[in-house]
Design a protein around this ligand. Structure first.
Ligand SMILES: [Zn+2]
Length: 411
């Protein structure tokens, strides 16, 4: 199969791409079609490596309004709504919603998902369902599973053992939620436990870290210190870190040295945190998003996630990561020309680092032929016009196609 005239990652010039046996066989300015070879002309459209969802909760997705809507929009009312919905939670219910959500993502060019799965459940129902689906959906979506202790590791009965069990069942990553633990001591101990569990079992780490507007919430320094000392480095990710928005600058200056030494990744969730943070403020209201611009300037890896898709905590979401990037650029004030042009990296190459995909990801000869085609010549235009993903190709096979809507102007 020969794809002609691809504009790979905003390049000025176009390239031809030959795909053979599910791999990128050749990429060059011009390739001759072999006799009988199928040719698709991409007409200078933007070609990117597939989008990556680096932070979502698939086990709660698509439950907004069932059985009740979150009327205030707050985190706490979200928890109340979820506790009513939790009664109906079954393996089949989770399977159906996750399959539907994966199809939404696929339609929008996503081929990799890191999902957090609540393990503060003595039956580990959601974990079991997600582990089955990870296998079943492997050909269309690569799913990474984080054992996520929604109600804490030390603050939930048998919390440590549930984490150990989830890792034994096959979780890819160990999670934690230090800002939710009962005490600061529990917070530190939960992180020591989680990172040691990951080190002992060769797992990645992704912590819900300091997702609160409390400037005294300092789980992040413990995450970074343990990542450094246990030599886990970039296997570790700190998600949210919204408290960093409220830290004093002198502390951030000191912290930044440790963050760089630790080589950890960050995930910001601009839609959900703009919606949920600053809720106890009157005016001025904090934006409650981590310091994406400053971390990026220091060479620290940051990716963006959706976090929640149409659930009690966030009432929107259709599987498109475009809105995540769009909101992220606004709320982080990263709207310079280069910032906008390169912002696809928050949901592609940067996210690939977060997920630790290595050379399993990227458009290069010899790698898996996974790519997407957008209806735009470059990402600036794609982002601005909300251009659809025309085609998503995985291991050389088209797994989703979209025909753009046509508008007739009558004057
Ligand atoms: Zn989350």
């Amino acid at each position: 199969m020969l794809y002609r005239n691809a504009r790979i990652e905003n390049a000025e010039a176009t390239s031809d791409i030959r795909v053979t046996d599910g791999l990128f066989a050749q990429i060059a300015p011009h390739l001759e079609a072999a006799p009988g070879e199928e040719v698709i002309d991409l007409n200078g459209k933007l070609v990117l490596p597939p989008f990556i969802e680096s932070h979502v909760h698939l086990d709660t997705c698509l439950t907004a309004g069932d059985p009740v809507w979150n009327m205030s929009g707050t985190l706490f009312e979200g928890i109340e709504c979820w506790s009513k919905r939790k009664d109906k939670l079954s393996r089949q219910d989770i399977r159906e919603r996750v399959q539907q959500c994966v199809r939404l993502y696929a339609a929008n060019g996503v081929q990799f998902i890191r999902t957090h799965v609540d393990v503060t459940d003595p039956k580990l129902t959601a974990m079991q369902a997600l582990i089955e689906l990870r296998e079943e959906l492997r050909d269309v979506m690569e799913i990474q599973i984080v054992a996520f202790p929604q109600e804490g590791i030390l603050s939930y009965p048998n919390g440590k053992q549930l984490m150990i069990d989830a890792v034994k069942m096959g979780a890819d990553c160990v999670g934690a939620i230090p800002h939710f633990e009962f005490t600061r001591e529990y917070s530190v101990e939960s992180l020591n436990f989680a990172l040691q569990l990951a080190a002992d079992n060769g797992k990645l780490v992704d912590v819900h870290c300091d997702e609160i507007d409390d400037e005294a919430s300092r789980g992040l320094e413990t995450v970074a210190a343990r990542a450094l000392e246990l030599e886990l480095f970039d296997k570790v990710t700190a998600s949210h870190t919204t408290a960093m928005h409220s830290y004093n600058n002198a502390y951030v200056l000191r912290l930044m040295r440790l963050l760089k030494m630790s080589k950890i990744n960050f995930v910001a969730n601009p839609l959900v945190n703009t919606h949920l943070q600053g809720r106890v403020d009157t005016y001025p209201k904090r934006r409650g998003i981590t310091r994406v611009k400053e971390l990026t300037a220091e060479g620290i890896n940051v990716s963006f996630g959706h976090d929640d898709i149409f659930d009690p905590w966030y009432p929107m979401g259709n599987g498109s990561l475009r809105d995540v990037v769009f909101m992220g650029l606004h709320v982080c004030q990263m709207m310079g020309y280069e910032d906008i042009m390169n912002s696809y990296r928050f949901i592609t190459t940067n996210a690939a680092k977060t997920l630790h995909l290595g050379d399993r990801y990227g458009i290069a000869e010899g790698r898996a032929a996974n790519f997407i085609v957008l209806d735009a010549p470059h990402y600036y235009d794609a982002l601005n016009r909300n251009a659809p993903v025309l085609r998503s190709v995985r291991m050389g096979k088209t797994i989703a196609e979209t025909r753009p809507a046509a508008t007739e102007i009558e004057f």
